[in-house]
Ligand binder design. Structure first.
Ligand code: PEP
Ligand code: MN
Length: 259
């Protein structure tokens, strides 16, 4: 076991995951244009979001759906970062662009579908970059811990875990958000755990309440799909909230943690 069982805070300047204050990661499912990601970053930052998310390579269930703009969109994210000061996170789907991600991205996201991609885990484990490791949608707690160990084995302990819902027998919600995984994974690994209530539910009206539940369960942060015009989102619009709602969630969270 490479992972320490206590205190593995992950620093993403100027933030520290696991240090007590939950970190808010917000932004669209996909980067859709330069204007879109810059506008969302500016507005989300005003509401108190800390880190900007946005997919540039999208792991879509259907090959006929939008697959992401690709590497060019990383430049748009960097512009958004320069304008707002927000660190950026985006998903790496394979090792083709590992070098560019190491150079330009602040947190490398490993998506749910790639949690079992051991060569990808090994590759990011050999970098010194913070990695956000999403739970595979059918992954047991043990499998998820081992996936984190694959990264840590290469010497990279900068791992942020992300509970994003698992597949259950009930299709009412897109996934079943397993909030018990938050205290379990914190206890078992010592790593910070964030929660993604967007993919976790697939339903916009559930994102706010499940965000509060995640914070109550001890989450070290939230990853929330947010758009200035959710109805125009190219991907995952049913679960994407608007900027006003993001502001309300952050306000409610701040009230909750100050008690
Ligand atoms: C995402 O966060 O962009 C995403 C595709 O989520 P997941 O890997 O959890 O499905
Ligand atoms: Mn999405």
């Amino acid at each position: 076991m490479r992972l320490l069982k206590e205190g593995n805070n992950v620093e993403v300047e100027p933030y520290s995951f696991g240090a007590g204050t939950p970190i808010i990661i917000a932004g669209p499912c996909s980067v859709e244009s330069r204007e879109q990601i810059i506008e969302i970053a500016v507005e989300a930052k005003k509401k108190g979001a800390n880190i900007l998310r946005g997919g540039i390579f999208k792991p879509r269930t259907s090959p006929y759906d939008f697959q992401g703009i690709g590497l060019e969109a990383l430049e748009f994210m960097l512009e958004a970062k320069a304008k707002t000061g927000m660190p950026i996170i985006t998903e790496l789907m394979d090792t083709t662009y590992l070098e560019q991600f190491v150079e330009y991205v602040d947190i490398i996201q490993i998506g749910s579908r790639n949690m079992y991609n051991y060569s990808l885990l090994k590759a990011v484990g050999e970098t010194g970059k913070p990695v956000l490791l999403k739970r595979g949608f059918s992954a047991t707690i043990k499998e998820w811990i081992f996936a984190a160990e694959h990264i840590a084995k290469g010497g990279n302990n900068k791992i942020i875990l992300c509970e994003r819902g698992i597949r259950s027998f009930d299709p009412y919600t897109r996934n079943t958000l397993d909030l018990s995984a938050v205290p379990i994974m914190k206890r078992e690994t010592g790593l910070p755990v964030v929660v993604d209530p967007s993919h976790g539910t697939g339903i916009r009206s559930l994102v706010g309440v499940m965000s509060m539940a995640a914070i109550a369960a001890g989450a070290d942060g939230l990853m929330i799909e947010t758009h200035t015009h959710p109805e125009l989102s190219i991907s995952d619009k049913e679960q994407t909230i608007d900027i006003e709602e993001l502001g309300e969630i952050i306000e409610n969270m701040n009230k909750m943690i100050s008690k």
